[in-house]
Write a protein that binds this ligand. Structure first.
Ligand code: HEC
Length: 120
């Protein structure tokens, strides 16, 4: 939600610049500003989500408890499919259903990618 609002802002700034400073310069500045903005915010939001996962799965995807599976180094597609299954209720689990239902499809993919990159 926050990201979308801020991206909207970026577009507005870009368009305004385009009108006031000439099409080419404005469009370039707008695009750069938009990219920087969405990258920064994106990292921030995913970071917040990952901090919630870290409580159980560890910051690096290596769980501290034997009741919780390690995610580090697991295949991204596997992780994504599990998150989908939790959210859809196909894989029943109270906590994970709650956690996964807060995630958008894009966030699931990003999170899966993050854990895939972590060393086992
Ligand atoms: C309250 C603790 C807790 C939190 C917070 C939590 N998880 Fe889990 N997670 C678990 C447990 C326990 C399991 C094992 C579920 C089972 O037994 O089926 C699990 C399973 C998973 C699996 C499946 C792993 C596998 O090997 O099949 C994924 C993927 C996953 N969690 C991702 C996440 C993500 C992403 C977040 C943050 C958005 C998160 N979890 C937050 C406790 C938690």
């Amino acid at each position: 939600m926050k990201t979308r609002v801020m991206i909207g802002l970026g577009v507005t700034v870009g368009v305004t610049l385009g009108v006031t400073r000439g099409a080419t310069l404005g469009a370039t500045l707008g695009a750069v500003a938009l990219m920087a903005l969405s990258t920064a915010l994106h990292a921030g939001e995913t970071g917040e989500l990952l901090a919630q996962c870290a409580a159980c799965h560890g910051p690096d995807g290596v769980a501290r408890s034997a009741d919780v599976p390690n995610l580090a180094g697991q295949h991204g597609l596997y992780l994504y499919n599990q998150l989908r299954a939790f959210a859809d209720g196909k894989r029943p689990h109270k906590e994970m259903r709650f956690m996964s239902r807060q995630l958008s499809d894009a966030e699931m993919r990003e999170i899966a990618h993050y854990y895939e990159q972590q060393p086992r």
